[in-house]
Write a protein that binds this ligand. Structure first.
Ligand SMILES: *[C@@H]1O[C@H](CO)[C@@H](O)[C@H](O)[C@H]1NC(C)=O
Length: 254
């Protein structure tokens, strides 16, 4: 290869590797705290106290409309640039699918100062229920590092947009308006839940169940789909496996 051509090729690879993260939409994932806690594993409350009986944000996750094979152009670019880890990774994980980008900038750590005006809303709308740490800031930092660094948004915008989307569509109120209220005994049809959310927000969402300690299906997380700017809901371009058993689910008390 002529040196000039090689140089031009290398430059184009460098340009590709430094452009914005390519993803198609976000999932805004909200969890029902009753279903998080009502499992064999249980939950722990954050140091700020027991959260309200309201959906809480889990995260805002960039996602591809189509899974890529592991040897995506992105990885090949990094491999071509001599990223030894990627070459190793590609050889080990050939054939594995990559359905979302993650950990796009490990050096980019969440700063409490950047989000200082959002912390009060985040404590109510985005509380941790994990028993690994009762500090919600650790949950937010993890979400930022894994998903936020791939969002093409700065720290403040990333969290502010997730909060604004949640505030614009109160899932607890939307479900209650359709008669779907937390209960120790009632069960609801999945179609009913799905229709209520579509009617109340204007857009279809994906639903995920988990199991309570008796193995019964309960509504756990709602995945709303969001445009690439993180500003508008869209109809979900993908169906996900719901992990729901049958068509009836519970919405446990919290
Ligand atoms: C959402 O709606 C529920 C039920 O009406 C209400 O209790 C809750 O405070 C609302 N959440 C927010 C953040 O406004």
């Amino acid at each position: 290869m002529k040196p000039v051509i090689a140089f031009v090729l290398l430059c184009s690879l460098l340009v590709v590797s430094s452009t914005a993260e390519q993803f198609d939409f976000f999932y805004l994932v909200q969890q029902w705290p009753g279903s998080f806690c009502d499992t064999r594993q249980g939950c722990c409350f954050p140091e700020t106290g027991k959260p309200a009986a309201d959906f809480g944000i889990h995260g805002l996750w960039p996602n591809y409309a189509k899974c890529h094979s592991r040897s995506s152009y992105d990885d090949l670019t990094r491999a071509a640039l001599g990223d030894v880890d990627v070459v190793f990774f590609l050889s080990r994980r050939r054939g594995k699918k990559k359905c979302w980008p993650e950990y796009c900038d490990d050096g980019n750590t969440l700063s409490p100062w950047e989000i200082r005006d959002l912390v009060a809303s985040m404590e109510t709308s985005w509380p941790t229920l994990s028993c690994k740490s009762s500090r919600s800031f650790e949950f937010w930092s993890y979400e930022w590092k894994k998903h936020g660094t791939c969002s093409n948004l700065g720290q403040h915008d990333y969290f502010a947009r997730a909060l604004a989307l949640k505030a614009a569509h109160n899932l607890t109120a939307i479900l209650a308006a359709a008669g779907i209220v937390p209960s120790a005994t009632a069960t609801y049809s999945m179609t009913g839940v799905s229709d209520a959310i579509a009617k109340g927000t204007g857009f279809t969402a994906n639903l995920e169940c988990n199991r309570d300690a008796d193995g019964e299906s309960q509504l756990f997380q709602v995945y709303q789909c969001v445009n690439r700017d993180g500003t508008q809901l869209i109809d979900c371009p993908l169906q996900m496996p719901t992990k729901c058993r049958g068509d009836r689910v519970k919405l446990p008390l919290f």
